[in-house]
Design a protein around this ligand. Structure first.
Ligand SMILES: Cc1cc2nc3c(=O)[nH]c(=O)nc-3n(C[C@H](O)[C@H](O)[C@H](O)COP(=O)(O)O)c2cc1C
Ligand code: SF4
Ligand code: SF4
Length: 282
């Protein structure tokens, strides 16, 4: 979990804005405070706070000592990027959920697509489609919202919860996305990003699609763009034939990996440590 130091907080609201759980987690009433216990310990609020008012309290069930030791080791590794811009791009990437309206330059888009094309695939089976939506982003959003709205109308609360892997917070999120879109056209799901990039194909190419998407994502980072994976793009193609048809998918083809991309609309002051994976070395 995080800790907010009221004495430092100015109530600017940036932490609420970036919270990966969206509205309803951090609230501002002169000062920031935690409204719910939904915290996926992503550290984004810590990364943007201009007053350093937010600190870890400690995440992942770790003790203060364990945590501080990990932070020291992590910071030491981050410094090794030095002049290596590729490594710096990898180390400093984050999932960005606020974008400028600015379009992406054609040359950068070509470079990002070329990065995707240069990725490896198992047995060199190159059976993926890359879909980029820029001009029709509003249409894409409408198809996506319609897909979820129609599907949720036709299913029980239990089935919906099951579809979202038992995460009630995603069910709440989708109810809110639909409501806000209907009320004032608000785009909570694609974060107003100017480009949406997807790798699509049959389910057996899921890993290939993940590799291709991540290669494009890192290329985007290297040319100064930000990104955020949106798993709901994939799920949208699982539940709606209209959405699949709109995207030009045929037969068993689905979106396998999708992300939004653009110039960040928010600036990050620092990097928060990520939960380390277990590493086994022999
Ligand atoms: C496959 C995948 C799907 C994701 N889908 C979403 C999504 O639909 N919406 C969202 O806000 N973040 C999504 N994320 C981002 C993660 O929730 C989360 O923000 C990230 O792991 C935190 O790390 P970062 O801040 O270092 O990027 C997704 C990430 C992955 C890898
Ligand atoms: S970002 Fe920092 S200063 Fe701004 S509201 Fe949140 S805790 Fe307060
Ligand atoms: S750590 Fe992430 S999920 Fe938790 S409050 Fe901060 S921004 Fe929200």
């Amino acid at each position: 979990m995080i800790h907010i130091d009221e004495s430092l907080c100015t109530g600017c609201g940036l932490c609420k804005k970036v919270c990966s759980y969206g509205n309803g987690n951090i609230e501002i009433d002169g000062k920031a405070y935690m409204l719910s216990q939904y915290c996926q310990e992503c550290g984004q609020c810590i990364e943007v706070c201009p007053k350093e008012a937010i600190t870890w309290n400690y995440p992942w069930g770790w003790t203060k000592e364990q945590f501080e030791e990990a932070v020291t080791a992590w910071n030491r590794i981050l410094e090794t990027a030095g002049e290596n811009l590729s490594l710096a791009a990898v180390y400093h990437r984050k999932s960005v959920r606020h974008y400028q309206k600015k379009a992406i330059e054609e040359m950068k888009m070509q470079q990002i697509l070329a990065a995707g094309q240069s990725a490896p695939t198992a047995s060199n089976e190159r059976e993926l489609k890359l879909i980029v939506v820029e001009q029709e982003r509003e249409e894409l959003l409408r198809f996506l919202i319609d897909a979820y709205r129609n599907w949720m109308k036709e299913h029980t609360e239990e089935e919906i919860l099951d579809f979202f892997g038992g995460h009630a917070v995603y069910v709440q999120k989708w109810k809110r996305f639909i409501k806000e879109y209907e009320e004032d056209g608000k785009d909570g799901v694609l974060f107003g990003a100017p480009a949406i990039v997807m790798a699509a194909g049959e389910e057996k190419h899921l890993l290939d699609a993940g590799i291709v998407a991540q290669t494009m994502l890192m290329a985007a980072q290297s040319v100064g763009l930000s990104t955020c994976y949106v798993g709901f793009l994939r799920k949208g193609t699982l539940i709606s034939e209209e959405f699949r048809t709109y995207l030009g998918l045929k037969g068993e083809e689905r979106v396998l990996a999708g992300f939004v991309m653009g110039y960040a609309g928010i600036s990050y002051q620092r990097d928060a440590i990520k939960h380390p994976f277990e590493v086994i070395r022999k």
